[in-house]
Ligand binder design. Structure first.
Ligand code: 5GP
Ligand code: ZN
Length: 160
């Protein structure tokens, strides 16, 4: 077994665990971007977002929320980033899917930057990546929710 996170799950490598259930594990990142930087992983090996099944993904997201809430309550950061890298180009170094929970503090050294790219073919790209709405009945809870509001802010809309 080559994967370091599989070794952590198997107890062959030590880790500072902060949550564990049958399918999911959360532990402290060995090289934290900030104090409290944690990782959430499925115990079973999946490489990335494309590889993992939806049920397991939901489980790790649900644990991410639990752990994020705990970090928020106890460490009282001023913000918190949830990050999940897919592929080398996106900064994925460990090929066992994991969600980063990174508490943020004033004047910390964490940098996530992106610059506005020149995109001429917005319309073509929009068509290409538009996902069809599934036709199944919504869950009961979703039916009761307010209709979703427009999510693109005015600031961005003027660019379209
Ligand atoms: P990635 O760049 O793949 O999204 O993030 C991998 C993360 O795993 C890094 O933040 C790195 O510090 C962390 N990491 C790598 N090896 C170990 C390890 O053996 N133990 C723990 N706890 N974290 C690790
Ligand atoms: Zn693994």
């Amino acid at each position: 077994m080559e994967c370091i996170f599989c070794k952590i799950v198997a107890g062959e490598l030590p880790s500072k665990k902060i949550y564990e259930d049958e399918d999911t594990l959360a532990f402290m990142d060995i090289n934290p971007a900030n104090p409290g930087h944690a990782l959430v992983i499925p115990k079973k090996h999946y490489e990335n977002i494309f590889d993992i099944d939806e049920q397991t993904l939901k489980q790790i997201i649900s644990v991410t929320k639990k752990v994020a809430e705990r970090i928020n309550e106890k460490l009282k950061p001023e913000g918190l980033n949830i990050l999940q890298n897919n592929g080398k180009r996106a900064g994925q170094l460990v090929n066992h899917i994991h969600v980063h929970i990174i508490p943020r503090f004033a004047d910390d050294k964490v940098l996530f930057t992106y610059q506005k790219a020149d995109v001429d073919d917005f319309d073509r790209i929009q068509k290409e990546i538009t996902v069809e709405t599934p036709e199944e009945e919504p869950f009961e809870e979703e039916k009761k929710e307010e209709p979703r509001k427009e999510t693109i802010s005015r600031k961005w809309r003027k660019d379209f």
